[in-house]
Design a protein around this ligand. Sequence first.
Ligand code: PMP
Length: 469
Amino acid sequence: MAVSSAPGQLAAAADDLSAGEAILRRQAQRESAARTYARSLPVVPVRARGMTVEGADGRRYLDCLSGAGTLALGHNHPVVLEAVRRVLDSGAPLHVLDMATPVKDAFTTALFETLPRELAEHGRIQFCGPAGTDAVEAAIKLARTATGRGGLLAFSGAYHGMTAAALGATGDTDMRATVDADVRVTRLPYPYDYRCPFGTGGERGAELSARWTAHLLDDPKGGVQPPAAMLLEPVQGEGGVIPPPDSWMRRMREITASRGIPLIADEVQTGVGRTGTFWAVERSGIVPDVMVMSKAIGGSLPLAVIVYRDDLDVWRPGAHAGTFRGNQLAMAAGTATLRHVRENALQVRAATIGARMLSRLRGLAAHHACVGDVRGRGLMIGVELVDTAAEPDEFGAVPAAPLLAARVQQEALRRGLIIELGGRHASVVRLLPPLTITDEQAEAVLDRLGAAIEAAAASGPREAPGGAG
Ligand code: PMP
């Protein structure tokens, strides 16, 4: 956190400060009440490089939010900037719907080089609308079209995006006839070690969750709408950074394969090295039928695709269209990112540094009772905060501490650290630093987070957060 100190710079900083505050004020007046990050992180970013974001007030922050896990290489990485400049300077069209271009061809090649072999060799790619949620919609629609079934298997704690009603509101009877617009979801238990619904945790809890799934699917009176697919995150992100055992992933693969249910892996947040392997599914060795990808594949620009087994490619031409499926800059930035991560084995670096950060955080947990759990995979790390002053629930679990977590976020911001909250009661501090994080930056993140937890805990678990620094 560096503040300019020369007199001229101080005056300029004062101007910038008021400019920043005015921007924040105008945003609060004009933008939707649905705005989120802007509320808890009142920063006006004006420059960014790698992990560092500089606000309009001249303050610098270490960014552990990384565009909600988008920025695998951090902000403005040179290889990304160069790739974007090259397209701009070449005179290539920036908008081409879904037409073939050299830029798109290069992206598809680079992406296929990273995929599990079966998908790379027998896969089809569908460019969807620009966001992760567009690709999730496409995956569900594809599975429903291919299977003719209307149900969907999804998990407790899952997050897959915000669109739902688009198709339901579309008037084209033909289009709607291919897929009944109302998806009926059967909710299944995701293995959540720390708050295991079966009271056992570990491999046993995960096995019970698998048994429940298989049993329910086979029960003719189980009330399950025949499922078009099972949709799962290989590590839950927004749900509170929850990595399931590999054995459970394999069980889900067996259960779906043996019942002819396509398995959709939502790798929107876990992909491109984040969890220590290039794709999170690689760790358990499973190959899904459909993979949903967005965030990091666009190298910080919007891009979303699904890749699926070619026998699922039952769509008619135009069955899933959209104007913005040909973002050339995003494809160029994405190609550069995929190549850079792969060539530099940044997924391995994520595994190593992530493990080191987890171990230091576990040390922190030993000193702070309010740290209930520390977990993660690679550079997807979660610290679950609990209210030790509250009565445990009927199963002996310590309640979550949302107010404390909000205070930790503010204390961290005051110390020049941007972190996000997630989990069931927004009580999990989430760290999603870029894969390029240095050892020194990792130490600084943990120092600042440790100090923030200490300061927040000193005010008590229920003290409401004040104004952010
Ligand atoms: N799936 C997962 C696993 C996600 O984490 C997210 C976003 N956090 C989405 C889908 C939706 O992506 P988007 O916000 O780009 O629509």
